[in-house]
Design a binder for this molecule. Structure first.
Ligand code: SF4
Length: 87
C-alpha cells in the first residue's frame, strides 16, 4: 500500500504495485520508451485475500516475510506513506 501527495507518489514510484500500475499507462508518444512490468499469477479474490502482503502473489520482490505478515505503514517522506517490507 502506498499513498500520499500526488507529486511525491508519481515522482518517486517506490511501491512495486504503484510501479506496475503506472508502467501500464499508455503513452501518447509512440517513440517514448517506458519501463515494462509484467505481473504474473492471478489477482487474489478481494473477499479472500492472502495472508501477509495482499500483493505478494504477484510482486517481483516478494520474500518469505511478505507471505507471512503485513508491513507496518511508514512515512517515507513528508506526507508520503507506504507499507512494504523491502523499502
Ligand atoms: S511487502 Fe513484499 S510483497 Fe508486498 S509490495 Fe513489498 S516487497 Fe512486494
Amino acid at each position: 500500500m502506498e499513498y500520499g501527495e500526488t507529486e511525491s507518489v508519481y515522482l518517486r514510484l517506490l511501491y512495486p504495485y504503484t510501479q506496475a500500475v503506472l508502467a501500464a499507462v499508455p503513452s501518447h508518444d509512440p517513440l517514448k520508451k517506458k519501463g515494462h512490468v509484467v505481473l504474473e499469477d492471478d489477482v487474489p479474490h478481494p473477499a479472500n485475500p492472502p495472508v501477509g502482503c495482499a500483493f505478494h502473489t504477484r510482486c517481483l520482490r516478494a520474500s518469505a516475510v511478505c507471505r507471512e505478515t503485513n508491513s507496518d505503514t511508514m512515512e517515507v517522506e513528508a506526507r508520503h506513506f507506504m507499507a512494504c517490507h523491502h523499502f
